[in-house]
Every structure is written in C-alpha cells, then in structure tokens.
Design a protein around this ligand. Structure first.
Ligand SMILES: [Zn+2]
Ligand SMILES: [Zn+2]
Length: 455
C-alpha cells in the first residue's frame, strides 16, 4: 500500500484543516482545527454542544471524524464510540491558529503534539490565561533546520510567513517518496522570504504530492494586495492626522500587526496600549531569540480594565494579570491623554469606551479581515454603531495572512509536485488555472476519501 492522506476538514472550505497521514503502520494527524462555519447550521452562542456528551454532539453532524484510537476517554464518554488506547502516533501542528488547533482538545493527551518553538510559547500564553487546546499533551518542539521522525515518516519543518509567528510548512519524507504541506502562507508579510525558503526546500525534495492552501484563490481575486509595510504607512498617516484618540481592533496574536502599530505610534509620538492578553504573549515571546517584540512597560503600556469591585484591587484579577497592574493604564488615564494614545481594543471590550469618553473626531482602525459570514456582518454592524456613537472616523486597514491567487500559483509552480491537492479553499477546481502546461494532476479532495501518494 502506498502512503495515503485523508482530508477530514479544509475540504472546499477555508480553515478546519484535519488530515490523517498513513504510511505502513504509522499514523499521523496533521493539524486538527475547527472550521470557521463548522456546525453553524445547528450551533451558535445560544445552542452549544453539550460537554457531558464529549464529542458526541459533534459526531452527530459529522463535525469530527470517527477515527479509532484518536480521542480521549473524556471526549468519548456517552458517545457510541468506544475508547481504545491511542492508535495515532503523533499530532503535527503547522501554526497556532484556531482553524488548525481548535479540535486538538478532543484528542487523547497520550498522543504527543509536535510544534514549532514559537508556537509552544504562544501555547503557554494561552494556557496561562484562557486555556489552550494543546493543554495536557506532551509538546515536542522543532525549528527550521531540524528533522524529526515519526515511525515511517520523516518531517522536515520549514518556516513560512503568515499572520502569526512560528508558522511552518512541512516536507514529509515517506517510505515511498516525498510530499509537501504548506500550512497557511503569504509572501507579502515582513518575512516573505521565509515562504520562498519553503518553496525551495519542497522543490528540492521532488515531492509527489503537494497539499496547499488557497484561501484567496477565487473567481473574484482582488487585484490589490496590501502589504504589512503599506499598513504601517497608511496607519502612520492616519495617526498623525488625528488630534484625539486612535483605537483599533486587530487579532491579538498577529505579532506583525502589533509591531506595525507600535511603530506607527512611535513615529507619531503616541504610546501603544495593549490588552493584558497581548502583554502576556509579548512577555512569553521574549523567550524566543529569533523574534524581536516591543517590551511591556517600556515600549508599550497595558490597558487596565475594571473588574469585580471596580477599584483595581489585586484580588479582582487572575494571577497571570496581577504582574501588569503596576504598568497598567486605566480608562481615566486614557481619557486625560487622548491625543497621546493608540489603544488596542477588541470589540468585546468596546463598553470600555463608556468610561474613556472619547472626544469626537478620533480615528478607529478596523485592522482585521472584513466580514465574510453572517456572524461577522452582525459584529461589523455593532462595531460601526459604536464608532458612530463616539463620533470617530472608521477606517479599514489590513494585510491578509494569505497569499493572493497569484502568489498561490507562484508557490505551486515553484514546488513542482506531480499531484496538487488544494485545501483550505472554497475553490479547489480553480487551481487548474495555475497549470497552463498540464504538468501536474489536480486532485480536489473529498471529505474522508483517501488520496494515494502517486508512484
Ligand atoms: Zn488557516
Ligand atoms: Zn492561519
């Protein structure tokens, strides 16, 4: 039997990557994420899967594959599936985004998780605050240049540029030739050359199969592609042109964005103020010699929300939050110096604006993906209402974590695999357009159907 790969997620959808790799008697799970609209027809914040039923409520709607020897005892309690000792050798993780990690919490903690060193630090930051899906698993760390073996397969992780640090693609050497998996990537971020390193390493291995993301491969692929550099330039202009407060919503683990807004603040003589969660992540990443991040308390301040008594008592805060109380900036502090602050404020913390009382004429920067589903549209409406309520101007400014269609074509051409399997895309058939010379076989995956490594 040739090695095979079965896709259980990321099939005709963006995110939700879940792959099973099998080579003789070795079985490896490659990413195990939640889809962005997983189960949206049955569940939302008002109807949630019951935890007493483990994974059972997700099995009901085929939101998790019933793979024997994968799940923990707790996940299988009260489900028709019987618990057995692990039959999966390892979970290999490309990066710490929810659509790649979100379902790892159901996996048997006896199965080790392989991830990048940076990812393990991000995991620690989540673990210390809200919890991480990797909690309870043995973590085996790697860096570019390392190779690690799991049974029949040898994994060669190679860094790629993406909207979270510590993102990897893999060249996987099986008993019958190589294959490559991109994870999520772009070329237009501050470390775009890392993605070129991946392409080069993958090409050299002469892969028989390429599993590649195609988030932005679509019939209406936008001609413009904003780089992180352009976000910095535009943000700097906006900030300099604003007399009152600037506040922005962006993904707190997008370290490139934090650095961009730190730089925009510095250039315009403002202080960047971040949430405690971001501060914790920056503290953890100090432990990574390959990454430079702004220093908490020196370069950036921490926003101090009132909790419980509302009087900033130590006992109002979790243990992980208390170290930040000394460098904290309250709503009253921000209110007094509105023209000197660039505030990171997640939408769910917008009620803080009631205390801050922003002076009219400030700027709000929505530095995240534009809404692409109903839930996102609902959130965008709320955000716009708040921004209008405080009399601010609304600006959209974002560099995507994903290569546009052209960049995906560039990667596919560069890797030159015999077979291309498009995942993490709504338009797998459109990949045909990247193969003018008919040099490779296109195989859009079907959920749960194994794909053989070509001989
Ligand atoms: Zn993804
Ligand atoms: Zn991602």
């Amino acid at each position: 039997m040739p090695p095979k790969i079965t896709c259980y997620g990321g099939v005709g959808e963006i995110g939700g990557n879940k792959f099973l790799l099998e080579d003789r008697d070795t079985k490896v799970i490659l990413d195990f994420g939640a889809g962005f609209s997983d189960g949206a027809d049955y569940f939302d914040s008002s109807i949630e899967p019951r935890s007493v039923n483990g994974a059972g409520d997700l099995f009901e709607f085929d939101l998790l594959p019933q793979i024997p020897g994968l799940y923990s005892e707790k996940s299988l309690q009260n489900t028709p599936m019987k618990y057995t000792e692990p039959q999966i050798d390892a979970v290999v993780l490309s990066h710490f985004h929810w659509d790649h990690t979100g379902r790892i919490g159901y996996i048997d903690p006896k199965i080790p998780v392989y991830c990048g060193e940076t990812t393990s630090l991000i995991h620690e930051a989540y673990s210390d605050s809200s919890g991480s899906p990797l909690d309870g698993h043995a973590i085996r760390k790697f860096r570019t240049g390392d190779r690690f073996r799991v049974g029949e397969m040898e994994f060669q992780p190679v860094h790629v540029d993406h909207s979270i640090p510590g993102a990897y693609g893999f060249v996987i050497h099986t008993s019958a030739g190589a294959m490559a998996y991109t994870g999520d990537f772009r070329f237009h971020g501050p470390a775009g050359s890392m993605t070129s390193d991946f392409v080069e390493a993958a090409r050299r291995a002469r892969p028989r199969l390429l599993l590649t993301e195609g988030t932005r491969v679509s019939p209406s692929d936008a001609a413009t592609n904003m780089s992180e550099r352009a976000v910095l330039e535009d943000a700097s202009k906006m900030v300099m042109g604003t007399r009152s407060l600037v506040f922005s919503t962006f993904r707190g683990n997008d370290v490139d964005r934090i650095k961009t807004f730190y730089e925009a603040s510095r250039l315009s003589g403002r202080r960047l103020v971040v949430s405690m969660k971001v501060a914790l992540l920056l503290e953890k990443l100090k432990g990574d010699k390959k990454i430079r991040v702004p220093r908490v308390g020196k370069d950036v301040d921490v926003y101090l929300r009132r909790k419980k008594t509302g009087k900033f008592d130590d006992s109002d805060y979790y243990a992980w939050e208390r170290p930040f109380l000394d460098v904290g900036v309250s709503a009253a502090d921000v209110r007094k110096s509105q023209g000197e602050v660039f505030l990171h404020l997640e939408a769910f913390h917008f009620p803080e604006l009631v205390d801050i009382k922003p002076e009219r004429g400030g700027t709000y920067i929505h530095a995240a993906t534009e809404a692409f589903n109903e839930e996102g549209e609902r959130e965008e409406t709320l955000i716009r209402n708040w921004v209008e309520h405080v009399g601010f101007r609304y600006a959209q400014l974002h560099a995507s974590g994903h290569a546009p269609g052209k960049g995906v074509g560039q990667l596919v051409g560069g890797v030159a695999a015999n077979k291309v399997v498009p995942i993490h895309t709504e338009h797998p058939a459109l990949f045909r357009r990247f193969d003018r010379g008919h040099r490779w076989v296109l195989e859009p995956p079907s959920r749960g159907e194994p794909i053989m490594l070509p001989p």
